[in-house]
Design a protein around this ligand. Structure first.
Ligand SMILES: *Cc1c(COP(=O)(O)O)cnc(C)c1O
Length: 472
């Protein structure tokens, strides 16, 4: 075989028409189209010919019909696979922005499936039989959960900040501390948003220290509002000062200027018992007297992507009426998923029902027991050159939240005598479902905190396959 000349090998490759006669290939033609399958065959044959010419042994050997059909079927399946698919998040990063932030609760999933493929009363008043408005869907539950008069939902928190500024402050001044002129990942910068909104930024204080008097002395006839921003993704430490919320509220009241707070993560529960420090709780800000808060729904809140603006009706109403609201509105699926998520908070069951809160509140003991049980199943199936050990480590909240809070966890550290951790990581990433994990010190680390219990079987299979995969 290896003596076979290049020309002979090339000549042995079947043609497109010949391959189209194969029953498996014909089945694909029936399931898709002839044009599609012919295109795939042509590309495959081009690759095989190129491999033969280049002396590539692996692909260059595949010149007989049956082998080509196997390759073709793999290729077609890969092509037909959706680009966006579920992945197993074994990184321990709970709100992984690249992995879609918060996974939804069961209740939210059920609601999505109920409202997505049928008609709904999104903008229809069932009591009167007349037109309604989509804002009405969450009109009672949002204020109920948040403890405020009114709330509106937009596409994300960036849109919420923009709409607040554009509605309440265009052509006027917004006072912001220099220590809070943040950039959130993905090029969302407060000063840039401010310019686009038409509001004029009035910076006060310094990077490390801003006092309540700095705000007070900047207030003048041009002042539209004071904006306080939670520095979600960084902390300033050392010689610093940031006024307490109460001081800010009193000062704003005294000068009759609305105080708006971008609380960022939409934390609606005190997560300090679980080691999450310094996340403002939206209800606490509202109770303290902040006029308007805004936050993301897909960070610590644990819902779908959305931005929520909540506070006094006096400030929410004009935002709802802003013509740009139409450009930032969300569709029925988001209302449904958000309502179901908020219902868990209202029922006092958020910690057990909302995945991100369940993950954050998982104890080390719980994670250790899961990791031990997993190791017990993994070890007997590992090749002899591989090693898996239980090690101490930490998970993080992520998603630009709680940069200094880490959650103690137990990791499964994998080492292979035949592969680097990078190789293992790459194999796991290309599996179906893909597994995403961390690497440290040439070990692949699995953190079960962010792995759903019902994903453990698939993860186990994936790890065994990766450890046994042929060496490159
Ligand atoms: C995350 C964040 C934003 C942006 O929110 P998106 O929902 O991602 O648009 C804005 N402000 C703060 C403080 C944040 O933490």
């Amino acid at each position: 075989m290896s003596q076979e000349s290049l020309q002979d090998k090339l000549r042995r490759i079947p043609g497109v028409d010949q391959l189209l006669l194969n029953p498996a290939v014909r089945t694909w033609v029936g399931k898709t189209s002839r044009t599609f399958v012919v295109g795939e065959i042509q590309q495959l044959l081009d690759e095989v010919r190129a491999a033969i010419r280049a002396g590539d042994e692996s692909l260059g050997q595949a010149v007989d019909g049956e082998q080509l059909v196997v390759l073709l079927e793999d290729r077609i399946r890969m092509h037909l696979r959706p680009v966006m698919r579920p992945v197993i998040n074994a990184t321990g990063v709970v709100l992984h922005t690249n992995l879609g932030r918060a996974p939804l609760s069961m209740a939210a999933q059920q609601c999505l499936s109920a409202v997505s493929s049928r008609y709904t009363n999104l903008e229809y008043d069932l009591a009167t039989g007349s037109r309604s408005h989509r804002d009405k869907v969450l009109e009672s539950i949002l204020p109920e959960v948040l403890g405020c008069e009114s709330a509106a939902v937009v596409n994300n928190n960036a849109a919420a900040v923009f709409l607040i500024l554009n509605t309440l402050a265009a052509g006027r001044e917004v006072i912001v501390s220099r220590g809070e002129l943040i950039e959130i990942g993905g090029a969302f910068r407060i000063p840039d948003i401010m310019v686009r909104s038409g509001a004029v930024l009035r910076e006060v204080g310094t990077t490390n220290k801003t006092r309540v008097e700095d705000y007070a002395s900047a207030i003048g006839p041009a002042t539209a509002l004071i904006l306080r921003i939670h520095p979600s993704n960084y902390r300033i430490r050392g010689f610093t000062h940031r006024p307490a919320l109460d001081e800010m509220v009193q000062m704003a009241r005294r000068h009759q200027v609305p105080l708006v707070e971008d609380v960022g993560s939409g934390c609606l529960l005190d997560l300090r018992p679980f080691g999450i420090e310094g996340e403002p709780v939206a209800q606490e800000s509202l109770a303290a007297g902040v006029d308007l808060v805004c936050f993301s729904a897909d960070k610590l809140l644990g819902g779908p992507q959305a931005g929520i603006v909540a506070g006094a009706r006096r400030w929410v109403d004009p935002i709802r009426k802003n013509p740009l609201m139409r450009a930032c509105r969300v569709e029925k699926l988001i209302y449904g998923a958000l309502e179901a998520t908020l219902a868990s908070y209202r029922a006092g069951r958020a910690l057990s029902e909302i995945p991100v809160l369940r993950m954050i509140s998982a104890s080390v003991g719980e994670l250790e027991a899961r990791a031990e049980a997993f190791l017990e199943r993994l070890k007997p199936r590992m090749p002899s050159h591989a090693r898996a050990t239980l090690v101490e480590g930490s998970s993080v909240v992520g998603g630009g939240s709680c940069p200094e809070s880490s959650l103690p966890t137990r990791l499964i550290a994998l080492e292979s005598g035949r592969k680097t951790a990078n190789d293992l990581e790459g194999i796991l990433r290309s599996q179906d479902p893909p597994t995403i994990l961390r690497i440290d010190d040439n070990r692949a680390l699995v953190d079960l905190r962010t792995v759903f219990p019902d994903e453990e079987d698939a993860l186990l299979e994936g790890l065994c396959l990766a450890l046994r995969a042929p060496d490159k």
